[in-house]
Design a protein around this ligand. Structure first.
Ligand code: NAD
Length: 298
């Protein structure tokens, strides 16, 4: 694939498109934001004045947009009517499973020989910039090799999750687990403190015991404990509470529509919603420790 249309050049898409250009591909880029377009042009992309112009001559299309309604809108109004016949269409946004499946169905029904994949990512803006994202892919098995090759300049690992929608399902389940495990980790540190147990001693013990988990040992919510994390910079940067809330709401919708029982996911959503209502949605999601330990966030 030498010519790619890239639509959505925000915090994530900007770095991802730049890595495609760095790999020597012609990247026909579009975003509603002029600033994002300018940055993409500086990174070697071809700045286009509309989505339709970006699609011209592209063998593959990558979208990185905020939510399901944006993806459906861009697909229905631009990609499906204007993409080249036979193009490989990959949506990397985090969206609901039903919209992802709808996109695949609409693409198939367009009768233009499109191949589609939902390929949401794990890893934040640093991984997007560095080209070290983890992709979870929902696509026909027979399309996976082409999808993997296209994503390669942006990827540390690319895993086939299953058919259309399976990438989004994996992303939503993973992030629900992350939201729950972070709150559990924060609760344990808050209780340890009340019991007079120092945070560093509790970390030393629990990180080598059965309570060990990623939220503790790779992204510790306590300042000065474990590897550097947003807790060491007043919870600035990292993965925003509002983004986690979005993913937990997607998980809740998916649980309701599939009949799954996810009470802990529901509790996690309520706690993150409380933080967001306090105007703290922009802080890293590990700041929930302050709510649990002190009843408020700085
Ligand atoms: P963002 O808001 O920074 O970027 C989205 C971009 O889409 C914006 O630049 C916006 O102008 C553009 N856009 C919206 N509608 C458009 C349209 N119709 N045509 C062209 N451009 C349009 O968001 P982001 O942080 O880059 O996240 C993108 C997706 O990646 C989201 O689904 C998010 O959940 C997911 N994600 C984000 C992170 C993260 O850490 N930021 C991590 C993993 C996954």
């Amino acid at each position: 694939m030498q010519t790619i249309a890239f639509i959505g050049l925000g915090n994530m898409g900007g770095g991802m498109a730049a890595n495609q250009a760095k790999a020597g591909r012609t990247v026909r880029a579009f975003d509603l934001s002029q600033a994002a377009l300018g940055t993409a042009a500086e990174a070697g992309c071809v700045a286009c004045t509309s989505a339709d112009e970006a699609l011209h001559g592209a063998e593959a299309v990558i979208t990185m947009l905020p939510a399901g309604k944006h993806v459906l809108g861009v697909y229905q109004n631009h990609v499906l009517p204007h993409a080249e016949d036979g193009a490989l269409l990959i949506d990397c946004s985090t969206i609901d499973v039903d919209s992802a499946r709808q996109v695949a169905t609409l693409a198939r029904d367009a009768g233009k020989g499109f191949r589609t994949a939902d390929a949401p990512v794990s890893g934040g803006t640093a991984a997007a910039d560095a080209g070290t994202l983890a992709f979870m892919v929902g696509s026909a098995e027979s399309d996976f090799k082409a999808v993997e090759a296209l994503l390669d300049p942006m990827s540390r690992v690319t895993i086939h999750a299953g058919d259309s929608g399976a990438g989004q399902a994996a992303k939503i389940c993973n992030n629900m687990l992350l939201g729950i495990s972070m709150i559990g980790t924060c609760e344990a540190f808050a209780l340890a403190e009340r019991l007079g147990l120092s945070a560093d001693r509790f970390y030393e013990i629990s990180s080598q015991s059965s309570g060990q988990n990623w939220s503790m040992t790779s992204y510790c919510p306590v300042e000065g404990i474990g590897p550097a994390s947003p807790a060491d910079r007043n919870f600035e940067g990292g993965f925003a509470t509002d983004m986690m809330l979005k993913d937990l709401r997607l998980a809740k919708e998916a649980a309701m529509s599939s009949g799954a029982v996810t009470p802990m996911g529901g509790h996690a959503e309520a706690l993150y919603a409380l933080l967001s209502e306090q105007g703290l949605g922009g802080k890293d999601f590990s700041s929930v420790i302050e709510l649990l330990a002190k009843g408020t966030v700085k």
